[in-house]
Design a protein around this ligand. Structure first.
Ligand code: FES
Length: 143
């Protein structure tokens, strides 16, 4: 008689993750704008910025491919999730794998923090069209 296959136990892949429907429980300050906005635990900095109307460039739409959402963490680095493989790869690809730098579309909020939106004046001017959406593309196009 063949051995019985191992018993499959279904688990909730989202168990243990913060409840995204919970009320905002943290504050994120975006510099140089000086905007402090409420943030839901577990949301990315980019999601938080979008919801609250903070202009954080995001040329790839938050898919961790362009590096335009880069921020420098000024305070509360311990209140952001760890850098994962995807974020590390993109930061390295755009030569911004530097201490304190994070991608807004990957860094999830775990508590209060302050970040500086890192963009040049040209990017800032070109990032937003009249409809308020990002139009900036990385030099040399998409990798
Ligand atoms: S929005 Fe493109 S890397 Fe974050």
């Amino acid at each position: 008689m063949p051995p019985r296959p191992p018993k499959i136990v279904l688990t909730d892949p989202f168990a243990g993750l913060p409840d995204e429907t919970a009320e905002p429980a943290a504050n994120v300050t975006f510099q140089p704008f000086g905007q402090t906005v409420p943030a839901r635990i577990g949301k990315t900095l980019l999601d938080t910025a979008r919801v609250e109307g903070v202009k954080l460039p995001h040329a790839c739409g938050g898919h961790s491919r362009c590096g335009t959402c880069r921020v420098r963490v000024l305070q509360g680095a311990e209140n952001l999730c760890e850098i994962d493989v995807v974020e590390r790869r993109t930061l390295k690809q755009y030569a911004i794998l530097l201490p304190g730098f994070r991608l807004g579309c990957r860094a999830r909020v775990l508590g209060d923090c302050t970040v500086h939106v890192e963009m040049t004046a040209e990017q800032a001017a070109a990032s937003w069209n009249e409809k308020g959406s990002s139009a900036w593309r990385p030099r040399g196009g998409w990798k």
